[in-house]
Design a protein around this ligand. Structure first.
Ligand SMILES: Cc1cc2nc3c(=O)[nH]c(=O)nc-3n(C[C@H](O)[C@H](O)[C@H](O)COP(=O)(O)OP(=O)(O)OC[C@H]3O[C@@H](n4cnc5c(N)ncnc54)[C@H](O)[C@@H]3O)c2cc1C
Length: 201
């Protein structure tokens, strides 16, 4: 049995990630649910939610890697073709170092994401630790790479014409959704001090 008027939904406008279904605050007021509404087993919901979150963190890391790759591709192309003060941007050492730093961070992020996914595929409980490490590292990486991409593009980077402008806004939520950076640090610290949690894979 379900009382549909017990659910209150109010749509929220977000700074980025506008291509999806959208976000809303959902409130449940005295909702009555029947036995046929139960998903999984009673009293095991928290465990199910936690494993789902661990897995979703690898997905977020994949988003961070893809977004950062897009920013780097755009920055590299721009640096090769844009001329400033008599030579292409790519000939300026600061731009070269910046691109090298972006690439280095990106490949570290990609590798740790693949490692987390590989551990999950191989049913290794260590995946819980690596999912949080990958999520923490790649979310911060995406924000940094998007900011640096916008900088290399200059005024064009700040305009809606560039991919990096959208990427900069989209990247921020990667540090928040599926557990904030701080939540990942709590998980990593707990595993460091108490060992891995029990997970069914
Ligand atoms: C675009 C978007 C999509 C989302 N999609 C979903 C979804 O599909 N499903 C879903 O369930 N949720 C979703 N969320 C919610 C998201 O998971 C939460 O916003 C996020 O987990 C942070 O929780 P909060 O907003 O309540 O922040 P809070 O918990 O209020 O935290 C605020 C700040 O305090 C810090 N903080 C909190 N507790 C501690 C602590 N113990 N130690 C140190 N620092 C702490 C946090 O890290 C954060 O910086 C989405 C959010 C956004 C923005």
């Amino acid at each position: 049995m379900r009382r549909s008027n017990c659910v209150e939904v109010s749509k929220l406008e977000m700074m980025g990630m506008r291509g999806g279904a959208g976000e809303a605050e959902v409130k449940f007021n005295d909702c009555v649910v029947g036995d046929d509404d139960v998903l999984g087993k009673v009293n095991e919901g928290f465990k199910i939610a936690m494993v789902t979150l661990d897995l979703a963190r690898i997905g977020i890391s994949g988003v961070a890697v893809g977004l950062s790759q897009g920013v780097l591709d755009e920055a590299l192309e721009w640096a090769k073709t844009r001329t400033a003060f008599g030579k292409p941007l790519i000939d300026w050492e600061w731009i070269q170092f910046q691109l090298a730093d972006m690439k280095t961070k990106l490949e570290i992020g990609r590798t740790v994401t693949y490692k987390a996914a590989w551990l999950y595929d191989n049913k290794d409980p260590l995946f819980v630790l690596y999912a949080s490490i990958a999520k923490l590292y790649t979310a911060q990486m995406a924000v940094e790479i998007a900011r640096d991409g916008v900088q290399i593009l200059g005024g064009f980077g700040y305009s809606k014409e560039s991919f990096s402008e959208r990427a900069y806004r989209d990247a921020k939520v990667l540090e928040i959704a599926e557990g904030t950076n701080e939540a990942q640090k709590i998980v990593i610290h707990r595993i460091l001090t108490r060992g891995l949690p029990e997970v069914e894979l």
